[in-house]
Design a protein around this ligand. Structure first.
Ligand code: COA
Length: 371
């Protein structure tokens, strides 16, 4: 492969009306609204509605949407039975991928006109899938997943900890969900669109997206960032460790981005939340270590943190186990993936690029006894 096409970097592979990522002057926007405004004035449910239905909801549309989502949180019994078979050692991303696939068998999308029903169902019940499995596999407890929490953020935290979340935790989780919701033609979204372009069903597209998101170069970076931060006991220790890692050319997870070569605007937002929650929970060292890693990366490599880096500290302060960090990305990005599938379907052509052949020249068949 020539270096100009490696990783399809810089290749425009289609068009979208969903988001601008790193475009001159526009910053990160979802359907024209800046990510900063959506985080400050909006909520994840409003953003989900915007992505799925094209416009921000009116007051009554939002209430009806939230009501529908609340009514779709409970899991069908065969799905609970399937989740009960999965071991505690399974990665939660594998559990979500499996849960999504099982639901596709139980409540299939028979035709594309059902796409909004399916996307709302997944948005509403993926947190239930994750936490039903988590509690059952870790403590044998069958939790009630159809709670009446107002938002997806509080429903998730409530099911995880078994009690209503603090206001600041609920708000920070809501902001994280807004920030993770959509990001143009990233690897998992492109995967979902490729799947949609074959006229496959929405569950298959989302399942494929989850599998792609799992890797540490994509969604898995928030977990890898936490593991990195956890290695260090102080800012000085972090500085020493980072310099050693950079000397042996290690990749530092939670830093760098294919499109943003300067700062990731999502990082600025989540960093403020990480600071606030670290202050509130007395996690001084966690924040100091994180900031020192950031300053060493800027000084030594001029590489900026992406959304995943400070999300890790914020999630830790909310008491979320590290293996659940990437699944939180799924609970949010299911909106962006769905919206991209809808967009692909509305103007579809099979996505099927070509490759430069680098294999052997044509050659004669060799009978097996002569090889
Ligand atoms: N740590 C150390 N060096 C990094 C780096 C990181 N996180 N990200 C990029 N670099 C360096 C590369 O080593 C490379 O250096 P070189 O030119 O001397 O070989 C240069 O920066 C370009 O990086 P490259 O990997 O080619 O950029 P890319 O556009 O293909 O990759 C990422 C983008 C996101 C895959 C990459 O930055 C990365 O692996 N980051 C860590 C994983 C991560 O946080 N992913 C979440 C993304 S939101």
């Amino acid at each position: 492969m020539t270096s100009s096409t490696a990783g399809l970097a810089g290749v425009v592979a289609g068009h979208t009306g969903l988001s601008t990522v790193g475009k001159e002057g526009a910053g990160l926007t979802y359907r024209g609204y800046s990510i900063e405004d959506l985080c400050t004035f909006g909520s994840f449910e409003q953003v989900a509605y915007l992505l799925l239905y094209g416009e921000l909801p009116t007051g009554s549309e939002l209430s009806a949407f939230q009501q529908r989502l609340r009514s779709k949180r409970a899991l069908p019994s065969p799905l609970m039975v399937a989740l009960e078979q999965l071991p505690a050692s399974a990665h939660p991303m594998d559990v979500l991928r499996t849960g999504c696939s099982v639901l596709g068998c139980l409540e299939p999308e028979q035709q594309p006109s059902e796409q909004h029903r399916v996307s709302e169902r997944l948005l509403a019940c993926l947190p239930s899938v994750l936490l039903y499995w988590y509690h059952f596999s870790h403590s044998g407890k069958r939790i009630d997943t159809d709670g009446d929490d107002e938002s997806i953020a509080s429903h998730f935290l409530h099911m995880l900890h078994g009690k209503s979340p603090l206001e600041s935790h609920q708000r920070c989780m809501d902001v994280a969900l807004v920030l993770y919701a959509e990001h143009e033609f990233n690897a998992s979204t492109f995967t979902a669109r490729i799947c949609a372009s074959t006229l496959s069903d929405l569950y298959s597209c989302i399942t494929a997206g989850i599998g792609t998101l799992r890797g540490p170069l994509h969604g898995g970076a928030n977990e890898a960032a936490m593991e990195l931060i956890d290695q260090f006991r102080s800012a000085e220790d972090a500085e020493r460790g980072l310099l050693e890692m950079l000397a042996r050319k290690a990749k530092i997870m939670g830093f760098g981005h294919r499109v943003y070569k300067k700062n990731d605007p999502r990082s600025d937002v989540i960093k403020q939340w990480a600071k606030q929650l670290c202050d509130e929970t007395g996690n001084k060292t966690l924040y100091e270590v994180s900031e020192r890693i950031e300053s060493v990366m800027l000084r030594e490599k001029k590489i900026y943190p992406n959304l995943d880096f400070y999300s890790a500290s914020a999630f830790r302060c909310m008491g979320i186990p590290t293996p659940m960090f990437t699944p939180i990305f799924v609970l949010s990005r299911v909106t962006g993936w769905s919206a991209h599938v809808f967009e692909q379907r509305a103007d579809n052509r099979l996505i099927r690029p070509s490759a430069d052949y680098t294999g052997p020249a044509p050659r004669a068949w060799v009978p097996i006894e002569q090889r």
